[in-house]
Design a protein around this ligand. Structure first.
Ligand code: IPM
Ligand code: MG
Length: 378
């Protein structure tokens, strides 16, 4: 292949990160290799280092070279970041090399966290099967604004010697409209309903959020059904009656909380993938980062028992949202569904007393199923 052609190929950067990150992305990486061999990939894969592994080598959690590789990529497959090793890393270095900086630098304002009940896993969730049956919702979390980044922030010393911790919840019209447009557009491709979540009863930023969402709906998206809900009520509704939701759009902090709450529907965070996207640029390209929702899980790291399915399904989301390979994404989702239906379980989704497979055992099962579906002509 000529260099010119190679230079045009899209790039996926893989960043395993900390904790169970390397184990679960390792399995997603094997799935990628399977696709490369059996169905051909239209993009290049580059492995890069972030997190504690990078810090030990260079004193930086995220080096400038890695950041520029990430900025040049079409998509990033991210494992996880965090864990007890961070206690010894100075706050400044943590800020410079953290996931939050990456989200901000890449402008990944739209975080998609889908939750779709899998019938064969109904007994894993602590919620009753009649509550979780048929749940298919998407938490759309605003990811680059709000209290995560608002200024002023900090811990200051007061005259009496005590301290004051400050963070600022802040949203502008533009930020709300931007995430609102994504919510309505996603709803149009789903069941056509958006529930916008805030605390407009207490917070000015929430009152603005509600008004801007309603105006945007009334002027551009009247074909979509819009409802509003307070965040505390939403937390309860997600547990009591989750089937009522299609797209839930909310701010950065509420989205963090509510996506974990929604995770209880699945019973394990090990089953939740996510995509973080920015808008399309002039060339029709967008930046994107795909990561399992579960985080670094230091308590089980290095033991080969983490569930790689969230990482593998995050790869499916990358196929869908970054590489226009919907049929490959469908194939992954089908393989994962069949493997679960066949009773293959990592520890987090195994009924107590039953035998669980390892992280790589689950990867083996998914790859064998991909092969079987592929041979059937799917
Ligand atoms: C998440 C995580 C992160 C967040 C942490 C690790 C900073 O909880 O992605 O949900 O709070 O956004
Ligand atoms: Mg979280």
């Amino acid at each position: 292949m000529s260099a010119a052609v190679a230079a045009n190929r899209a790039i996926l950067v893989v960043l395993p990160g900390d904790g169970v990150g390397p184990e679960v992305t390792g399995e997603a990486r094997r799935v990628l290799e399977w696709f490369d061999k059996r169905r051909g990939l239209s993009f290049d894969v580059r492995d890069r280092v972030i997190g504690v592994a990078s810090y030990r080598k260079s004193g930086r959690l995220l080096t400038d070279e890695t950041l520029s590789d990430i900025m040049a990529a079409d998509a990033v497959l991210f494992g996880a970041q965090g864990g007890p090793d961070y206690d010894d890393i100075p706050v400044k270095a943590r800020r410079e090399g953290g996931l939050l900086r990456l989200r901000r630098e890449l402008g990944l304002y739209a975080n998609l966290r889908p939750v779709k009940a899998i019938p064969a896993l109904a007994d894993v969730s602590p919620l009753k099967p009649e509550v979780t049956r048929g749940v298919d919702l998407l938490v759309l979390r605003e990811l680059t604004g709000g209290v995560y980044f608002g200024e002023p922030r900090g811990i200051e010393r007061l005259a009496d010697g005590s301290e004051r911790g400050v963070n600022t919840q802040v949203y502008t019209t533009g930020e709300i409209q931007r995430i609102g447009r994504v919510a309505f557009a996603l709803a149009r491709r789903r069941r056509g309903a958006v529930c916008s979540v805030e605390k407009s009863n207490v917070m000015e930023s929430g009152a603005l959020w509600r008004r801007v969402m309603q105006d945007l709906h009334d002027s551009e998206f009247t074909d979509v059904k819009l409802s509003h809900m307070y965040a505390d009520n939403c937390a309860m509704q997600l547990i009591l009656a989750p089937r009522q939701f299609d797209v839930v759009v909310t701010d950065n902090l509420f989205g963090d909380l509510l996506s974990d709450a929604a995770g209880s529907i699945m019973g394990s965070l090990g089953m939740l993938p996510s995509a973080s996207l920015n808008g399309l640029d002039g060339q029709g390209r967008r930046r994107a980062l795909y990561e399992p929702v579960h985080g670094s899980a230091p308590d089980i790291a290095g033991r080969g028992i983490a569930n790689p399915l969230a990482a593998i399904m995050s790869l499916a989301m990358a196929f869908r949202h970054s590489f226009a390979r919907d049929s490959d994404a469908d194939l992954i989702d089908a393989a994962v569904g069949n493997v679960i239906a066949a009773g293959v379980r990592t520890k987090d989704i195994a009924a107590s007393g039953t035998k669980a497979v390892s992280t790589s055992g689950m990867g083996d099962a998914v790859i064998a199923e991909l092969q079987r579906l592929n041979d059937q002509g799917r």
